[in-house]
Design a protein around this ligand. Structure first.
Ligand SMILES: C[S@@+](CC[C@H](N)C(=O)[O-])C[C@H]1O[C@@H](n2cnc3c(N)ncnc32)[C@H](O)[C@@H]1O
Length: 264
């Protein structure tokens, strides 16, 4: 795939800005971390599948792109552990280090992973992955693979690029990185197409989007993450290229949802 330079992203990546350590701030009662999505953590696993068509297919594509013999895997923004569980099954010898800044999400994931019998192959760390990308925290290196789903789109473009660089330098030679995220629609017309499709699909499946959205919590900017900081797919691929990924691919795209990544 040919990757064209986009002026916006080239400007971001050539800026001399050095990230400062961002202090996380505090959540007020009733507020949630960006990316937690639902006010009640226990609603996540059922309601995310109503909010995002083909959520499982997105996760399954990420997992399929990770070599099953991987032994040391890093997950960014593990949430309730849905991607983690699929990955633990797919890679029988893997130990996973999972980062998430939300203590509620880490705790929820931990309970599910232990109940499934994988507790000895999983370590959850409460950490902002922006802090890791900025070089303020270390978690080791020589990972065989890194995965993420529905989390990195909360970072600014500059931080996405820094994160991709950090991932590339943390992976072993030939290591894999795959991410599933929404992307910025390529035009206003396509934004409307994606929105209309989403509404039509919900109607066909008897899902009330209003009802599901009423369970979405109020999130504020926290640490390096804000509610939604979408970039186009083209810009993501350019960032991966500039970060040093040698093989870059988009194994899955469904309207505004994508899985992209590559190998270093
Ligand atoms: C929408 S959930 C997705 C969880 C899981 N990956 C999945 O696909 O089901 C996004 C997760 O990313 C976490 N997150 C968002 N920004 C983060 C950051 N900067 N550092 C650590 N965790 C972050 C949120 O707390 C949340 O648990």
């Amino acid at each position: 795939m040919e990757i064209k330079e986009s002026s916006k992203i080239t400007e971001t990546m050539s800026s001399n800005d050095k990230s400062q350590e961002i202090l996380p701030g505090e959540l007020l009662p009733g507020e949630i971390y960006p990316g937690e999505v639902f006010a009640n953590t226990a609603d996540f696993d059922v309601n995310i599948r109503q909010l995002l068509p083909r959520y499982d297919e997105l996760l399954d594509t990420i997992v399929a792109c990770i070599p099953s013999e991987s032994q040391k895997v890093l997950e960014l923004g593990c949430g309730t552990g849905e991607l983690t569980l699929k990955l633990l099954k797919h890679c029988p010898n893997a130990n996973i280090i999972a980062l998430d800044y939300s203590p509620r999400m880490i705790q929820f994931a931990k309970s599910k992973i232990e109940a499934a019998g994988y507790g000895n192959r999983w370590q959850g760390i409460q950490l902002d992955f922006g802090d890791w990308a900025a070089g303020n925290k270390e978690i080791g290196n020589n990972f065989d693979a890194c995965v993420s789903s529905l989390a990195i789109h909360h970072l600014t473009d500059e931080m996405k690029w820094k994160l991709f660089e950090k991932i590339a330098s943390t992976l072993k030679s030939g290591g894999a990185f795959f991410n599933g995220d929404p992307v910025l629609p390529e035009s206003d017309f396509l934004a409307e197409v994606y929105k209309n499709f989403r509404e039509k699909l919900a109607k066909e499946n008897g899902i009330s989007l209003e009802e599901v959205r009423s369970k979405v919590g109020k999130s504020v900017t926290y640490g390096y993450s804000s509610q939604d900081c979408l970039a186009t797919l083209e810009d993501h691929l350019l960032m991966l290229k500039k970060a040093g990924f040698k093989t870059i691919t988009v194994p899955w795209k469904y309207y505004r949802m994508t899985v992209f990544g590559g190998f270093v």
